[in-house]
Design a protein around this ligand. Structure first.
Ligand code: PGA
Length: 243
């Protein structure tokens, strides 16, 4: 199983032109490396003519769980696939926090995306309050139990452990703590050895100085990178650190 290194651009950059520049620099920089690299730009930049076919895969940051119809503003799995997306991030903490996504909504989205043949990056993680209250494992267990309810085939599933307090704060999770959480998650989903999956990624203030340790010491099968993925040179260094 290859390591999966995912760039989550969030609502950045401001123009297609800038997006194309970052994309091309990443694509050229990771050529020949053995990691699987996925870039998740805003959906409007997914359009094939913007990026063309490259050696990296494309992913979306969100999707809706209905096939079509009167759901103003939403985008379906079929539409994403039609634009060339292979992956979709589901359940990111920003979607949970700002857009009211519950574990139940996330479960519907994961089901639909897997049915549609998209590969899923399912995000879970505890807040600072939950961690301080000693509820980290309880939260992770609930998010996984409800998020994956009724889903038997985990073949196209990847799970990203992203402690909410580590996202965008510069306060990345310590390697020992990440290792514990990653093992806990792997045990819950039965991913006991690297060959069986699902891959469990780490995300939260990943930079090239800390990235290698999550793969080599904490047992992560990949990384979900936010802020640092908008800097092509830095993101390429992160991908190389996983080699
Ligand atoms: P960050 O974001 O790398 O900027 O902390 C990670 C994420 O939100 O996926």
């Amino acid at each position: 199983m290859k390591n999966l290194i995912v760039a989550n651009w969030k609502m950045n950059p401001a123009s297609q032109k800038e997006g194309k520049e970052i994309f091309e620099a990443i694509r050229d920089g990771v050529k020949g490396l053995k990691e699987e690299v996925v870039i998740c730009p805003p959906s409007v930049y997914l359009y094939a003519s913007v990026f063309g076919q490259g050696i990296v895969s494309m992913g979306a940051q969100n999707v809706y769980f209905e096939d079509k119809g009167a759901f103003t503003g939403e985008i379906s799995c079929t539409m994403l696939k039609d634009l060339g997306a292979e992956y979709v991030i589901i359940g990111h903490s920003e979607r949970r926090k700002y857009f009211g996504e519950t574990d139940e909504i996330i479960n519907k989205k994961i089901k639909k995306a897997l049915e549609a043949g998209l590969k899923v990056i399912f995000c879970i993680g505890e807040t600072a309050e939950e961690r301080d209250a000693g509820k980290k494992n309880e939260v992770l267990e609930r998010q996984i139990k409800i998020g994956l309810d009724g889903i038997l085939n985990l073949e196209n599933l990847n799970i990203a452990y992203e402690p909410v307090w580590a996202i965008g704060t510069g306060n990345n999770c310590g390697v020992v703590e990440a290792k514990e959480a990653i093992s806990f998650i792997k045990n819950l989903v039965g991913a006991v050895d690297r060959s069986t999956g699902p891959r469990v990624l780490y995300g939260g203030s990943v930079k090239s100085e800390n990235s290698g340790a999550y793969i080599k010491e904490a047992g992560a099968n990949g990384l979900l990178v936010g802020g640092a993925s908008l800097n092509a040179e830095e993101f390429v260094k992160i991908v190389k650190s996983a080699e």
